[in-house]
Design a protein around this ligand. Structure first.
Ligand SMILES: Nc1ncnc2c1ncn2[C@@H]1O[C@H](COP(=O)(O)OP(=O)(O)OP(=O)(O)O)[C@@H](O)[C@H]1O
Ligand SMILES: [Mg+2]
Length: 317
């Protein structure tokens, strides 16, 4: 194992992490602590910001604002330490070289991650056996099915023995059998390899089967977080607003007071905590806006899932 094995409570911390793609919001003011408890789910519909957060944590995307720490290493200034400790399974297909054998490819990735030639061969072999491709390791990648390619991606993520594995939609496009195999591997990584695994998915079922704690993404925000069993029965309360005047000024004012606030479907939404309404009226006065509508919403996370995910069956099956 690499890295100093100190006691940690959080594997990842972000402070006001924000990424805009021009005008488009990828993630907006995300401040989270990801607990060191094995399996973590990133759950959210398409476009919610899961991949943006992951790519920001890996230093592939530079945040517009905010900081992130992985195992106490600063992503901005200590990215090599961060990358040594994360194995990443990207959402889209890796550029596989069809004429290369699985062994060669995974060993090559090991070399890229700083392993010696001997180490990389040994680790490539071990990783391919681990994901169930021991027999096929000398076959060319061009002959592999999608499910096998996903397993090769997992072997690549494991080759340098990182403490954290981040899998971005690893079951996409797989048939039920392939999906179950991938989910089982993700579960086993936590139990027999003692890895911290982050699984990003738009399927509640995948997250439920593999993790016990989840962050729910919506519209670039973290809508809820907690143990899966608490989450599905939890209530999420927000206040919906329509205002006349400088919306951004009002939103800034509320953010500065520590409220979670965002725009959604023509409304401004504020996550309800103590004294939210009082703060809203105060911020309205300070930013000289007029409140035209104020309504309260409370829904179970189950309802939220259903409304977040366009396809109801997809969300809860
Ligand atoms: N390279 C990019 N350029 C412009 N906008 C982008 C880019 N990448 C993501 N976005 C936008 O940022 C928002 C968040 O996207 P992101 O890919 O992070 O979501 P996601 O939760 O991973 O979604 P999915 O489930 O579809 O993978 C979306 O509105 C998306 O259109
Ligand atoms: Mg994504």
């Amino acid at each position: 194992m690499m890295g100093q094995q100190m006691e940690i409570n959080e594997i990842i911390t972000t402070n006001n992490l924000t990424k805009y793609y021009g005008e488009i919001k990828g993630i907006d003011d995300v401040s989270i602590k990801i607990p060191a408890i094995g399996g973590i789910g990133f759950l959210g519909p398409n476009g919610a910001g899961k991949t943006t957060l992951i790519r920001t944590l890996l230093g592939i995307i530079r945040p517009t604002r905010g900081e992130a720490y992985v195992l106490n290493y600063n992503v901005k200034t200590e990215i090599n330490h961060v990358r040594d400790r994360i194995g990443y399974i990207p959402e889209y297909n890796t550029a596989f070289i069809p004429d290369m054998t699985a062994m060669k490819f995974v060993a090559f990735c090991g070399r890229m991650n700083g392993l010696s030639t001997i180490e990389s061969k040994q680790r490539a072999s071990d990783s391919l056996y681990y994901v169930g491709l021991g027999e096929e390791r000398y076959r060319k990648l061009g002959t592999f099915s999608l499910g096998m390619k996903q397993k090769v991606k997992l072997a690549v993520a494991l080759v340098h023995d990182p403490e954290i594995i981040i899998a971005d939609e690893p079951t996409n496009g797989l048939d039920p059998n392939g999906r179950n195999q991938m989910l089982e591997l993700i579960r086993n990584l936590q139990t027999d390899q003692h890895k911290h695994v982050i699984l990003s998915s738009h399927l509640l079922r995948d997250v439920e089967q593999t993790t016990n704690y989840a962050f729910v993404f919506s519209n670039g925000h973290i809508l809820a977080q907690g143990k899966i069993k608490d989450l599905t029965s939890a209530k999420v309360s927000t206040i919906s607003l329509r205002i006349k005047g400088d919306e951004s000024k009002f939103i800034e004012e509320m953010k500065n007071k520590g409220f979670e606030i965002w725009q959604e479907r023509g409304y401004i939404e504020v996550k309800k905590t103590n004294d939210t309404e009082k703060a809203i009226f105060k911020a309205a006065v300070n930013s000289r806006v007029e409140i035209r509508y104020l309504g309260s919403r409370s829904s179970s996370l189950e309802d939220v899932f259903v409304s977040l995910f366009k396809n109801k069956e997809e969300a809860i099956q």
